[in-house]
Write a protein that binds this ligand. Structure first.
Ligand code: FPP
Length: 261
């Protein structure tokens, strides 16, 4: 599998209650368009316009790793015209935003099976990644043709091809073979537009992520919505499978049972 460049060593979040890594399932573009009697692609365009303020707000607040789910391996089953329009949108957006991303010190990385994208888009992705590879302020991962299951399958295939002994595979070996190698797992996954699903996003990495779902459609999602998600995250108690209360005291010696002589 072709991978994005090695992630930059970005600073930790500016405050301890903030997540290191926020991932967002950007949903609701179609509904946003339908409510306005617009074609679906108008919703996707409006969705693109949301990305910059959200990225800026993450940077301003001191959250330095953001991952956006833009196109899943399942999205190919949408009408051909919508898929083609989305691919054009990815390409145009890279052209339009790359100078600003670079100037802001953001490293752009694309996660997903890029081998299956068109040659021109793939070349553009590679140029954009190479141009921003030295940036170490913030990381923006964009998942395109991404599926959590296919990522795990690809990682295992790569390990097998490299001659690794799969019988002694450790979790860390697999983590190192994913697109997110070298990054902390997302602490917070936000989903817009209300569905309570993970939709094949970061399946491995989401093991202990906090989930935050809002009814807000992605094109309407703004700085305040992000602040609300971060506030909710700060209030969560994260236990990573442990327990909250102190452990039980050691077993007391059971009192001798009297059998009454
Ligand atoms: C989900 O809304 C959204 C998508 C499948 C595409 C998201 C893509 C963008 C916002 C463009 C991103 C562009 C770049 C350059 C990163 P939906 O169409 O499933 O909405 P619906 O559920 O309301 O129909």
């Amino acid at each position: 599998m072709q991978r994005p460049p090695r992630p930059a060593a970005v600073p930790p979040p500016s405050r301890p209650e903030l997540p290191h890594h926020v991932a967002i399932i950007m949903d609701g573009n179609g509904r946003w368009a339908r409510r306005r009697r617009l074609p679906r692609i108008a919703g996707h365009r409006a969705g693109v316009a949301t990305i910059r303020p959200v990225t800026e707000e993450c940077n301003r607040l001191g959250v330095h790793i953001l991952t956006l789910y833009a196109f899943s391996t399942e999205n190919w089953s949408r009408p051909r015209s919508e898929v083609a329009a989305l691919m054009r949108l990815f390409s145009e957006t890279i052209d339009r935003e790359i100078d600003e991303l670079d100037a802001e010190g953001i490293q752009l990385r694309i996660l997903g099976r890029r081998e299956e994208l068109g040659d021109r888009l793939r070349a553009k992705i590679e140029q954009a990644e190479a141009r921003t590879a030295h940036n170490s302020g913030n990381i923006l991962n964009v998942a395109i043709n991404y599926g959590g299951r296919s990522e795990i399958v690809d990682a295992v295939r790569d390990l097998a091809e490299s001659g690794a002994d799969l019988r002694s595979l450790e979790e860390a070996d697999l983590s190192r073979s994913l697109y997110t190698a070298g990054l902390p797992d997302p602490d917070l996954i936000v989903r817009t537009a209300g569905e309570l699903r993970i939709s094949n996003f970061l399946l491995w990495q989401a093991a202990y992520a906090e989930l935050y779902v809002t009814e807000t459609l992605w094109p309407d999602f703004g700085r305040e919505d992000l602040q609300n998600a971060l506030r909710a995250f700060a209030e969560r108690e994260r236990r990573f499978g442990a327990i909250q209360t102190p452990p039980d005291p050691p077993d007391e010696v059971a009192p001798a049972v009297s059998h009454g002589g």
